[in-house]
Write a new protein. Structure first.
Length: 91
């Protein structure tokens, strides 16, 4: 039985990441991936930029892509509680 729609899980994850890391001056906070796992947990990947990760103007002119920080938020579907937040390598 599913308790949450994907949209609700995504919003919970985004709000949690913003609350947890918001003092770091996040920008471009966005949903990257979402999946309901067979074990009853939502795996929600949220991406964002931090001020110290921004490219300098030379790198931007060269067409380099700005790196994003990625976090995987696991939310228990039955309780709507965040169980973990882990860093994901974006390579």
């Amino acid at each position: 039985m599913r308790y949450m729609k994907a949209q609700e899980a995504a919003l919970l994850a985004k709000d949690y990441v913003q609350e947890l890391f918001g003092q770091d001056g996040l920008s471009n906070l966005a949903l990257e991936e979402i999946e309901l796992q067979p074990d009853g947990y939502w795996s929600v990947t949220i991406g964002f930029h931090r001020p110290w990760e921004e490219m300098n103007s030379l790198a931007a002119l060269s067409g380099a892509i700005q790196p994003r920080s990625l976090r995987v938020v696991r939310i228990k579907d039955a309780t709507k509680q965040v169980e973990s937040v882990k860093k994901r390598d974006n390579s």
